[in-house]
Design a protein around this ligand. Structure first.
Ligand code: B12
Length: 261
């Protein structure tokens, strides 16, 4: 077994499908080929990397168990809420830090989806990683529109933010989130290495246009997540949680502590 395969097997064991995670292999060169120079990663082309995403299952399995374990004896749920201000972010940071601890012989860089460069650009573009690693198909506006007026027809009322693309997972549609990328500078892939191709269930151009519209103009109602024929979705409690601003989210999950003493 090559080094990159050993590393991948170890990471997949730590971040398992049962806990609501999926891992995908790619090489830095494939990502760097797709993005503009300001987003390129400063590693050799054959450097091994792993993309991690969470599936709908994560919320009520590994995340719930982790959060419940943070309540100390005698504490009220409010005490936990005061201590853990960003539950998902804290959970991910702790969970993902298991990889460097388990693989001390392999130096790595971990880049989270929310990490920014000093000039406040995203450190890595997750949807591009997802596409090139075969995790989720990235529907990009540039792929659908050749002329600028095409965009105006689809978006007669311009959204507040720039129009961006959206990724769909072949099993979960939009019911998933990219979480992080591990880069292993000392682990190289052989010239024969090839990433998986992203699969998708969008048969027509108009179904691609629809998901772009839903994501850019109506993302608050979450309908974009149901595009691409998902076979498993976020539960109601999970949708409610992510629909609220972070300060109000604890209200939705406080019932997880109801039976505790
Ligand atoms: C900045 C950001 C925001 C900002 C600004 C969004 C905007 N409209 O501009 C804010 C905070 C408003 C935001 C909001 C949301 N976001 Co947001 N956001 C991001 C973030 C951090 C970066 C996106 C970005 O700026 N891209 C920059 C542009 C330049 O990238 P690009 O258009 O893809 O261009 C590159 C590609 O085209 C590539 N390229 C060129 N040619 C080719 C060819 C091929 C084949 C390929 C593959 C690529 C490729 O090169 C270009 C760069 O050089 C990503 C996470 C991340 N680290 O990637 C999440 C992310 C895009 N957001 C996400 C989500 C879910 C949301 C929300 C719905 C959040 C929510 N509360 O539920 C909302 C609504 C989104 C909206 N309609 O705007 C998800 C999308 C998941 C998905 N299924 O696609 C992401 C990926 C986060 C995640 N963890 O999963 N977001």
């Amino acid at each position: 077994m090559e080094d990159y395969e050993k590393v991948f097997a170890a990471v997949e064991t730590l971040l398992s499908e049962n806990d609501g995670f999926e891992c995908y292999k790619f090489k830095v060169g494939t990502y760097n080929e797709a993005v503009l120079s300001s987003f390129k990663l400063p590693y050799d082309d054959d450097t091994f990397a792993i993309l991690v995403l969470n599936t709908p299952k994560m919320f009520e399995t590994s995340f719930k168990t982790w959060l419940q374990s943070k309540k100390l004896p005698g504490e009220m749920v409010l005490d936990v809420a005061e201590r853990i201000l960003h539950p998902i972010q804290d959970f991910m940071t702790e969970k993902l830090s298991a990889v460097p601890k388990t693989l001390p012989d392999y130096p790595l860089e971990i880049i989270h989806d929310f990490d920014l460069t000093p000039t406040r650009r995203p450190k890595i573009l997750m949807c591009t990683c997802g596409h090139i690693a075969g995790a989720a198909y990235y529907v990009r506006p540039q792929q659908l529109f050749t002329a600028p007026e095409d965009i105006d027809i689809l978006f007669p009322q311009k959204p507040e933010k720039p129009i961006i693309g959206v990724s769909l997972h072949h099993k979960y549609g939009g019911h998933f989130a990219f979480r992080a990328v591990y880069i292993f500078p000392t682990v190289k892939v052989p010239p024969t290495f090839k990433e998986m191709s992203p699969q998708h269930n969008l048969k027509t151009k108009s179904s691609m246009e629809e998901v772009l519209q839903l994501f850019n103009s109506h993302w608050r109602d979450g309908r974009f997540r149901d595009c691409g024929s998902p076979i498993e979705r976020y539960s109601k409690i999970q949708l409610d949680y992510f629909a609220l601003p972070p300060a109000e989210r604890w209200e939705v999950i406080k019932e997880w502590f109801d039976n505790d003493t």
